[in-house]
Design a protein around this ligand. Structure first.
Ligand code: PLP
Length: 386
């Protein structure tokens, strides 16, 4: 069976050109970048080159990039790093209620250690209100962490506005840009942030590698203790093949993302229009225009997202659901709760995320396949008013 992969927000396949670039670094160029001999220096040179490519994508200096094991580590190390470095100044962090668990769980961890966290609400489209941020700031606020775009509903947050407010109070801003880096063009200066997390496997690079951008002069307590790698900001021998692959993926994204974003936006809008026209009682979640080019998140009333997702899988379509209940608790996600979806909509949410290899034929196949699935599931649903 042909598979149509529409879960690029969960992970992307590595681009074959990325894999080609990585291969020699498992075997021929295997040295430890910290070694002073030629083998080590060759590997170190490749890491330096990759750093330049990632820095170029973000519009920052090479030395402001710290390679990590992925988005989760970048988020953890940014938030904990600032928290522990700023204890003399204060203990208050502001974040949003729709962050990824990598941010929310780090904040919860810090709360258990005496830090105070304000979770800003969002409006029905998932946007943070900058006035709420202003009101939340206290003399003890040491960090503002607001994601660039939400991974479930695709809403893009007003980061430049948020950073402008933060600057008035001299508070650093961290953003989780895992879903935007390499997908929509921006620079760290345009966003005005001091810290930014990214992950290679969301932009056609390998899994298990990411980066934290740290603006020059930003003080962080290191998250990993050990060797002096990454200018003493992240101990452990560099994952050279993965970093090389990440660099290649960043270089390719810088060259092609504008065109890919335009292509994805057209397909995204075709998919939204096709599904909303052919399925009654369907709602688009997330902001109608301030949204990721590749994100479609719909609530289909009276049926469960999981049931749609699994039935689509049988038809060869990989999607995802925002009301994930892998634990069996069947609770809608914190994001859908935060945008205030009523029960019957939160349970019926389904996410399609498109990528550079998504075609019009893929989208049309979903538009043809989903409506009869919904009709079948609704016919069995006790929630439908008959
Ligand atoms: N932040 C966001 C917004 C994400 O979507 C993800 C991945 O799903 C992460 C963080 C975690 O990234 P990683 O899988 O590289 O740890």
């Amino acid at each position: 069976m042909k598979r149509i992969y529409l879960d690029y927000a969960a992970t992307t396949p590595a681009d074959p050109a990325v894999v080609d670039e990585m291969v020699p670094y498992f075997t021929n160029v295997f040295g430890n970048p910290s070694s002073i001999h030629g083998c080590g220096q060759e590997a170190g040179g490749a890491v330096a080159e990759a750093r330049t490519k990632v820095a170029k994508l973000l519009g920052c200096e090479d030395e402001e990039i710290v390679f990590t094991s992925g988005g989760t580590e970048s988020d953890n190390s940014a938030i904990e790093g600032i928290a522990y470095a700023s204890e003399a100044k204060g203990n208050h962090i502001v974040t949003s209620s729709i962050e990824h668990h990598a941010v929310l769980e780090t904040c919860a961890f810090l709360e258990r250690r005496g830090f105070k966290v304000t979770y800003l609400p969002v409006d029905k489209d998932g946007l943070v209100n900058p006035d709420d941020l202003k009101n939340a700031i206290t003399k003890k606020t040491i960090l503002i962490s607001i994601m660039h775009a939400n991974n479930e509903i695709g809403t893009i947050e007003p980061l430049a506005e948020i950073s402008k407010i933060a600057r008035e109070y001299d508070i650093p801003v961290h953003t989780d840009a895992v879903q935007t880096a390499g997908h929509i063009p921006f620079t760290v200066d345009e966003l005005g942030v001091s810290l930014l997390s990214m992950s290679a496997h969301k932009l056609y690079g390998p899994k298990g590698v990411g980066a934290l951008y740290v603006r020059k002069g930003t003080k962080l307590v290191p998250f990993m203790h050990g060797g002096a790698q990454e200018r003493e900001r992240r101990a452990s021998t560099e994952n050279v093949p993965a970093i090389v692959g990440f660099g290649k993926a960043a270089e390719m994204a810088a060259a092609t993302m504008q065109q890919e974003a335009a292509q994805e936006t057209a397909l995204r809008d075709r998919l939204i229009a096709g599904l909303m026209k052919n399925i009654e009682k369907t709602k688009l979640n997330g902001h109608p225009t301030k949204r990721l080019p590749n994100n479609v998140n719909l609530s289909v009333e009276f049926i469960e997202g999981e049931a749609m997702c699994l039935t689509l899988d049988l038809a060869g379509i990989c999607s995802s659901t925002g009301s994930a209940c892998s634990s069996g608790s069947a609770e809608p996600s914190h994001v859908l709760r935060a945008i205030g979806l009523p029960h019957q909509q939160a349970y019926g949410s389904l996410r399609f995320s498109l990528g550079k290899w998504t075609t019009e034929a893929d989208v049309d196949y979903v538009i043809k396949t989903l409506p009869p699935i919904v009709a079948r599931l609704r016919a069995m649903s006790p929630l439908v008013n008959r």
